[in-house]
Design a protein around this ligand. Structure first.
Ligand code: GDP
Ligand code: MG
Length: 458
């Protein structure tokens, strides 16, 4: 239309990695950097995300001119997903890919690769999300002399040869593990071709060392390789539901990441629901109130009329009780198109939630994002699936598994990710001898199940 306009949006960045390797600390550090360096009035906090604005990136890049001489900031900033609760997937799924434009894979230099690091790599590979590796906790290297917030290439000048050698060994080990997963990798300052080599940036999320290079490098890579992908326009919004949350006074709300277009108050939109797609209208768009503006008796949120990609926003609307985390969100431009959208969302969800009559395991997960990851893991391991669904393990799931158990004992099981086993299901499972493998690490579920199958066959 004549009023349509285009802009380059912030790239959406997700932080992944094994538990305790420092994801939260890194996000806090990045947020702290953004808050400390921003001009008054620049909002950096969104619902489910924080934005490091271009002005802050410029300040960060300034002292790095020596190392990144060509770096000009052309993007409006970087949008970091504040991975809530279950951090690994952050529910950024979209059909055939991810809403994330780029990932930071955090690896503790002292521990190297761990099960969730491998899980993260598998997801990034399947979703074709480019990534850099933050080799975190360099301050824990024996004899390290930290300089708070210094660039890595400067802090290494203050280190002993021994500390440098130890660091090299650890980087070398991480590069080796990446190689085992099919990636060439090098320390960032030695990379010649960033399309072929994964950059490893040694950092300390605690002291801040290396964090400026991490941000500068991501900015540079995004601008060089994915600017086209970041062009968006004032079209009906597309997004993904990060979380479904009860809010006092608002009822059930959804925290959404908008990656394309504009979302306005009163827009008609569709998301996937637990039983069927939900079609409803935006009642209010809510952004967090900046901390300094927080007054007594005022809510945590402030209302806005519209939001532009890329952003995180809380959406209040009727009928959200049934909403599914990990669901796509589409604004429906006019009601005559409603059937098309219903079909599109139903099809997309039925690829993940299904029941077939053949023998296979039952899989359950807490969100669409984790269900998709579990399903991918089943495909990788060549384990057939009879029933895939979101939600706690119910009696019905046990019944399905017990049917399979009669003809194919090794598939007569339930694999459950981050969900509960309901009491009546537990009772029935005990009675029917149906095994339930539960964990919040996919790798553990597969490993335990694999062991059990082996024992069964012996
Ligand atoms: P997450 O589970 O990946 O989110 O990890 P956290 O950010 O919660 O960090 C786990 C622990 O490691 C915490 O005790 C952090 O203080 C600590 N930690 C994180 N980053 C660093 C770092 O760079 N250096 C040191 N020494 N400790 C760190
Ligand atoms: Mg954490």
């Amino acid at each position: 239309s004549s009023t349509s306009r285009e802009w380059i949006r912030q790239p959406i960045i997700v932080v992944m990695g094994h538990v305790d390797h420092g994801k939260t600390t890194l996000l806090d550090k990045i947020r702290g950097t953004a808050v400390a360096r921003k001009e008054p009035g620049e909002i950096t906090q969104h619902v489910g995300a924080s934005i490091v604005p271009a002005s802050v990136l410029k300040k960060i890049a300034e002292p790095l001119k020596k190392y990144f001489p060509k770096l000009q900031i052309e993007i409006p900033g970087l949008l970091f997903i504040d991975t809530p609760g279950h951090e690994l997937f952050a529910n950024l799924r979209k059909r055939g890919g991810s809403v994330a434009d780029m990932a930071i894979l955090v690896v503790d230099v002292m521990e190297g690769f761990q099960p969730q690091t491998v899980e993260a790599i598998n997801i990034l590979k399947e979703k074709r999300v480019p990534f850099v590796v933050a080799a975190n906790k360099i301050d824990r290297i024996e004899g390290w002399r930290p300089t708070p917030d210094a660039p890595f290439l400067e802090t290494i000048r203050n280190q002993s040869q021994r500390a440098l050698n130890l660091l090299e060994e650890k980087i070398y080990r991480i590069a080796g593990e990446l190689y085992n997963h099919g990636f060439e990798a090098e320390r960032f300052d030695r990379v010649r071709d960033f399309r072929r080599t994964v950059a490893i940036i040694p950092i300390s999320a605690k002291t801040g060392e290396g964090v400026s290079e991490l941000l500068a490098l991501i900015t540079g890579l995004v601008q060089q390789f994915m600017k086209k992908k970041l062009v968006t326009s004032s079209e009906p919004a597309k997004g993904v539901v990060l979380e479904v949350k009860e809010e006092p006074g608002l009822g059930t709300t959804i925290d959404v990441i908008i990656y394309d277009g504009v979302l306005r108050k009163n827009d008609l939109f569709i998301i996937a629901g637990k039983s069927k797609p939900v079609v409803t209208r935006v009642r209010a768009l809510l952004m967090p109130r900046p901390l300094q503006d927080m007054r007594m008796h005022e809510g945590r949120f402030t209302q806005v009329e519209e939001v532009y990609a890329a952003t995180g926003v809380k959406v209040s609307a009727p009928d959200l009780d049934d909403a599914l985390a990990g669901s796509p969100l589409y604004v429906i431009p006019d009601e005559t198109k409603l059937q098309d959208y219903l079909r599109m969302v139903s099809e997309e969800v039925s690829e993940l939630r299904f029941k077939v009559e053949s023998d296979g395991v039952v899989i359950k997960a807490d969100t669409l994002g984790s269900l998709e990851a579990l399903l991918e893991a089943m495909r990788r391991e060549k384990i057939p699936v009879r029933l895939a669904d979101v939600g706690n393990v119910s009696r019905n799931d046990v019944i399905e598994a017990s049917v399979v158990k009669k003809s194919k004992p090794e598939y007569g099981v339930i694999l459950a990710f981050n969900v509960k086993l309901l009491p009546e299901a537990e009772e029935l499972a005990a009675r029917e001898g149906v095994k339930v493998f539960q964990s919040n690490i996919i790798y553990h579920i597969i490993e335990e199940y694999g062991k059990w199958v082996k024992e069964l066959k012996e």
